[in-house]
Design a protein around this ligand. Structure first.
Ligand code: FNR
Length: 454
């Protein structure tokens, strides 16, 4: 086991019992000596602490949304429409957070949503996230835009449960290769994200003129992939041929970047990341090699394809034998279409409001989708989940599992692996307490009767 990797609980389902009592006791005991949690429990305070800990660019990338960020706000506001009924005088001394998901009993109904470029929050990035998730028995979804190749994440937390999220690229060979690697490295399912076939119009990033991928951040799944490496070499060769007057020109060269200290720093970073392509540890070699820059350009070329349609999904079945979940479903008709296409699960998400401004908030459509899917496949829910009572509401409205996004990135930014662990633990603790105070003993028994619509 890699150094520092978290040992899983012997019986994760049992370990998830009593999570709230342990969390409260730990926090209040530390308080006796005057120690307050480094990672705030309150969701707004958590975000504010992350803002202090992160660079302006990193915070903007993580917290920001599309346009005027009305979807980000609406995702949160949608939870205000539901209230939890307190129901005392039922024996809730033993409570069970476990669910069945993809044929396996999971200790909790929580997943970690795929978040790309976590090196923005902490150098240990996906390694820290995977270790924290494994320690709590929570599956994590490895992003296609991760900062660490999926095989290294597996090595860091080999006992953790992992799903792999694919952005369907313009190269089918690359898609197939990524899915082969996901299967070989022990991922349990493929999550195909459908809502990012164009990059959202993200005001904060645009105003800072900052996109991490252009600095070779968040492209580790690509640069570690043999098919992608081949694409980079081909691109680099044809660019060289074009420069020498040859005829097989690749895409027209990008306009030159103005040479400033920031541009030099970005160049050094790209060169450092490009070592995986050049095979050299010498910074001099990597700065001279065209491959690191070609990797960024190749990524920008292949990253997504707006031409993708429902018919293409059949190809994914040939590329993998793993269950396939479609992420980014919001319209109930698309949920049914996913069933017709033989998909194994639906992930309701509007990407946390990062794609369309004034999009439909996900919680608003959850009940309709649940009704129409009628239990035929599992439904994962995300966008706007900030605390345990949110998870409770989504489960009561029929979600099978609930995915946590930005809050764990904030925990990572504040305190690395321990920060992620604390954030996830706090969400689970509040869920457990809400379950008991609402007179319930199992998350699988929750339904609309647990809620009052405002
Ligand atoms: C994301 N999300 C995302 N989704 C995905 O399928 N692949 C990815 O690589 C990313 N990357 C990513 C980075 C960052 C910084 C954020 C905030 C989000 C979307 C993510 O999986 C999830 O749908 C949202 O985070 C849910 O919204 P909230 O609850 O975080 O607001």
């Amino acid at each position: 086991m890699a150094q520092g990797s978290a040992a899983p609980p012997d019986d994760p389902v049992a370990a998830s019992r009593g999570v709230s009592r342990r969390a409260q006791s730990e926090i209040y005991r530390a308080g006796i000596s005057g120690t307050r949690p480094r990672v705030p429990v309150d969701a707004d305070a958590l975000e504010a602490a992350a803002r202090k800990a992160l660079s302006a660019e990193a915070y903007a990338y993580i917290a920001g949304g599309a346009g005027a960020e009305r979807t980000v706000a609406a995702n949160r506001a949608a939870f205000e429409r539901w209230q939890v009924w307190p129901r005392p005088l039922r024996d809730v001394s033993s409570r069970d957070l476990s669910i069945d998901f993809l044929g396996v009993r999971r200790p909790t109904p929580l997943l970690l949503a795929p978040l790309g470029v976590m090196e923005l929050a902490h150098p240990a990035a996906d390694l820290a996230v995977a270790r924290a998730a494994a320690a709590l028995g929570v599956p994590c979804t490895l992003s296609n835009q991760a900062s660490v190749p999926m095989e290294k994440v597996r090595d860091a937390a080999p006992t953790g449960s992992r799903l792999f999220q694919l952005y369907w690229s313009a190269s089918d060979e690359l898609n197939a290769s990524l899915l082969r690697r996901a299967e070989a490295s022990g991922c349990e399912a493929i999550v195909v994200t459908l809502d990012t076939h164009l990059l959202g119009w993200r005001s904060r990033d645009l105003d800072l003129a900052y996109l991490p991928f252009t600095r070779a951040m968040g492209i580790a799944q690509y640069t570690s992939d043999p098919v992608f490496q081949q694409l980079v070499r081909e691109r680099s060769r044809s660019s060289a041929a074009a420069a020498n007057g040859g005829t097989d020109a690749a895409a027209p060269p990008a306009p030159p970047v103005r040479l400033t200290p920031k541009a030099v720093a970005a160049g050094v970073r790209i060169a450092r990341k490009g070592a995986v392509l050049t095979g050299s540890t010498s910074m001099r070699d990597n700065l001279r090699s065209p491959l690191p820059r070609a990797a960024v350009e190749t990524f920008l070329d292949v990253f997504s394809t707006p031409a993708l349609t429902w018919d293409d999904l059949a190809k994914a079945r040939q590329w993998t034998s793993l269950p396939i979940i479609l992420k980014g479903i919001v319209h109930p008709d698309d949920a049914i279409r996913a069933l017709d296409a033989g998909m194994d699960g639906i992930w309701i998400s509007n990407h946390g409001g990062r794609q369309i401004d004034q999009s439909v908030p996900t919680l608003e459509v959850l009940p309709t989708i649940v009704e129409r899917v009628a239990g035929r496949v599992p439904i994962v829910f995300d966008s706007g989940v900030r605390q345990g009572s949110d998870v409770f509401i989504a489960l009561a409205l029929g979600a099978t599992a609930v995915a946590l996004g930005r809050p764990y990135a904030y925990g990572l930014g504040i305190a690395g692996e321990a920060g992620v662990r604390e954030v996830v633990r706090n969400v689970l603790a509040e869920l457990d307490i809400t379950l008991g105070l609402s007179g319930n003993t199992s998350v699988t028994e929750l339904d609309r009767h647990a809620l009052r619509e405002v």
